[in-house]
Design a protein around this ligand. Structure first.
Ligand SMILES: *Cc1c(COP(=O)(O)O)cnc(C)c1O
Length: 480
């Protein structure tokens, strides 16, 4: 089944999804063809409505229709493979798009939140995600974080033996409704991108199951603690083939079966299989789909779906990436060494991974004219550069596009996760505004502010503006 080369999204994948994914295409949901048209309409409307222009030269846009469709498709994908009545919680990995309005939109679609820091938990709470639909996983939880989580009753997965010790103390000192589990690393290996491979032999995450004595330690940890009821593994993100993700789930399932067997009861009642479904950055097609992954999982680990275990998933990128676009004005168009260069306002501050690791994180760029209309015409090879002061600040190098001229717009596609919501403060560049868009009911486009653009005053304040004399008034050492 899985070709192992999911990033390129081969024709076979798309064909299969069209045939069998009921929530895809045939009901007018998750309609990949509609995606580009909605985006084009939104860019045009953003220019017409003044959200984007000389005074606001870079914005992030979020396709609300697309996000809702993906949420519905995710739910349908698992509903189609689980035994009726199986509890399934899809918890969106907040780190993918840490924006409160996005979390509330997903909550309304029945998707909870997976949080991994005090900030992410606060965002989920600000969005109104209920504790019973919130899961806390992170490798460095402090005692205060753990105490708060257990007091709220949110699910917690212990990363390591020292963390389990802390949880032991908390459980002894106060009753909690929190479902509690242990994160394991099945050590099944990495994918094509080292930085997003979490199941390597030496990964920092979870209990490394194949290390000497580790598996037995996990089993004993459960047998000694009747309140531990969950097992968690997240075996990687972008660059991990589906077959490897499924192996991670299979190993976790096998361990749960072993623990329940030794306990003589169904002590583990829920398996958290993490997220990590890769995203196709090469075209507008959703590939692989959540539906396909659910089918791969059911084939590889049928016992996971027979109703004996509740399920938790933690998808991030696959829910949001394709619904975001960063659009930047071309401030100058120039040429250097025979190469055209469009100098835009989107670079390392909104596309950090692409700028620093372009081979692993290539982005598609779309060209729009000064009125926000798709640019036509013969393509020329050009660089699309950002505003930051280092030469590697390129959104795309040597890409073939209709020539970008001064006042045009360049859009970096599929940037709804891990891009413009992950601002990097290089050159004190301001965080751009983020706007959601949806049809306005009369054939136009309506926008809503998801995050206001950062002001220059805020940049000064954030950079210690109120401590301007801190260093000049710090007492000097006594002179002899
Ligand atoms: C990052 C992360 C996720 C989400 O990964 P995606 O690739 O965005 O789906 C889920 N679970 C954990 C524990 C993570 O660290």
């Amino acid at each position: 089944m899985g070709s192992g080369n999911d990033r390129t999204g081969g024709a076979m994948d798309t064909g299969e999804d069209k045939r069998t994914d009921g929530a895809h295409g045939d009901e007018g949901r998750g309609d990949d063809a509609g995606r580009g048209a909605r985006r084009d309409q939104a860019v045009r409307a953003a220019v017409e409505q003044g959200l984007l222009g000389p005074m606001a030269p870079v914005v992030g846009l979020l396709d609300v229709t697309g996000i809702r469709d993906s949420a519905a498709a995710l739910r349908a994908a698992f509903d189609a493979v689980v035994a009726p009545g199986t509890p399934v919680l899809h918890a969106f990995a907040v780190k993918a798009t840490p924006l409160v309005a996005v979390l509330r939109l997903l909550d309304g679609e029945g998707i909870g939140a997976e949080v991994a820091s005090p900030g992410e938990l606060a965002l989920a709470r600000a969005a109104g995600v209920p504790p019973r639909r919130t899961v806390l996983d992170s490798p460095a939880k402090t005692p205060a974080e753990l105490r708060e989580a257990l007091a709220l009753g949110i699910a917690v997965n212990a990363d390591n033996p020292q963390e389990l010790d802390r949880i032991d103390g908390l459980v002894r000192s106060a009753p909690t409704r929190s479902p509690l589990g242990i994160r394991v690393n099945p050590q099944i290996g990495g994918g094509s991108i080292g930085a997003t491979s979490t199941a390597t032999a030496t990964s920092k995450f979870g209990v490394a199951l194949r290390d000497e004595g580790a598996r037995e330690w996990v089993v004993r940890a459960f047998l000694d603690r009747p309140w531990l009821t969950r097992l968690h593994a997240h075996t990687g993100s972008q660059g991990i083939p589906l077959t490897l993700l499924a192996r991670g789930a299979a190993e976790t399932y096998a361990l749960a079966e072993e623990i329940n067997e030794r306990a003589g009861r169904r002590q583990i009642d829920t398996l958290d299989i993490g997220g990590g479904l890769p995203v196709n950055f090469a075209s507008d097609a959703t590939s692989p789909t959540h539906a396909r992954y659910a089918r791969v999982l059911r084939e590889a680990v049928p016992g996971l779906f027979d109703g004996r275990y509740g399920l938790v998933t933690e998808f991030g990128r696959s829910l949001l990436a394709k619904h975001g676009t960063v659009v930047a004005r071309v401030e100058y168009a120039k040429s250097a060494g025979g190469r055209r260069v469009a100098v835009t306002h989107a670079g390392v501050q909104v596309a950090t991974r692409t700028v620093y690791a372009p081979a692993a994180w290539p982005l598609r760029i779309a060209a729009y004219d000064a009125k926000g209309r798709p640019k036509a015409g013969p393509e020329v090879v050009q660089d699309v550069a950002g505003p930051a002061c280092f030469s590697g600040d390129l959104l795309a190098e040597g890409c073939a596009l209709p020539p970008l001229d001064q006042g045009d717009y360049a859009a970096a596609l599929d940037t709804g996760a891990y891009y413009f919501a992950h601002h990097y403060g290089y050159n004190s560049l301001a965080r751009p505004g983020v706007y959601g868009f949806a049809p306005d009911g009369t054939g136009g486009v309506a926008f809503a502010t998801v995050r206001a653009p950062q002001t220059i005053e805020e940049i000064v304040a954030e950079s210690g503006g109120s401590h301007a004399s801190a260093l000049t008034t710090l007492r000097a050492p006594e002179q002899p």
